[in-house]
Every structure is written in structure tokens, then in C-alpha cells.
Design a protein around this ligand. Structure first.
Ligand code: SF4
Length: 71
């Protein structure tokens, strides 16, 4: 299981939402994106979203090891 976190450095570019709309959505009030579900099964689309983020604001941790998931 992975845990997805979006830092407050997010600038709401929407890249993650465009790449993985089933994983991320934009919160217009907060002015940033957030994961639809925080804890998910491993999913390549999440890593694609991480790689697309211009602010490197998305982090993914493997809950089994506590280590960051490499993109
Ligand atoms: S790609 Fe990064 S900066 Fe853009 S909305 Fe997603 S988390 Fe925010």
C-alpha cells in the first residue's frame, strides 16, 4: 500500500489531475491538488503524476517499508 501526500508547495498546475484523474483532484478553495484516496495500491499512474509535477509537490511512501517510492 502506498500513501500519497501533496505538499503545500503545489501551485495547482493540474498536471497530476490530467495524468491521473482517478487519483488526484484540484481543490479550488485550498488552491492545490489532493489525492482522492490517500492510501492506494501501487499504481503506475501515481508515479507518472509525481514525475509530471513542476513543483515536486507529490510524495509517495510505501507503507510496508516507510520508504519513499522511487519514480
Ligand atoms: S502537478 Fe503538482 S503542482 Fe500541479 S496540481 Fe498536481 S501537485 Fe499541484
Amino acid at each position: 500500500m502506498w500513501r500519497i501526500t501533496v505538499a503545500n508547495t503545489c501551485i495547482a498546475s493540474g498536471s497530476c489531475v490530467g495524468i491521473a484523474p482517478e487519483r488526484f483532484e484540484l481543490d479550488d478553495v485550498a488552491g492545490r491538488a489532493h489525492p482522492l484516496t490517500t492510501d492506494v495500491d501501487p499504481d503506475e499512474a501515481v508515479l507518472d503524476a509525481v514525475a509530471s509535477c513542476p513543483m515536486e509537490a507529490i510524495s509517495v511512501v510505501d507503507l510496508a517499508t516507510g520508504e519513499p517510492v522511487e519514480v
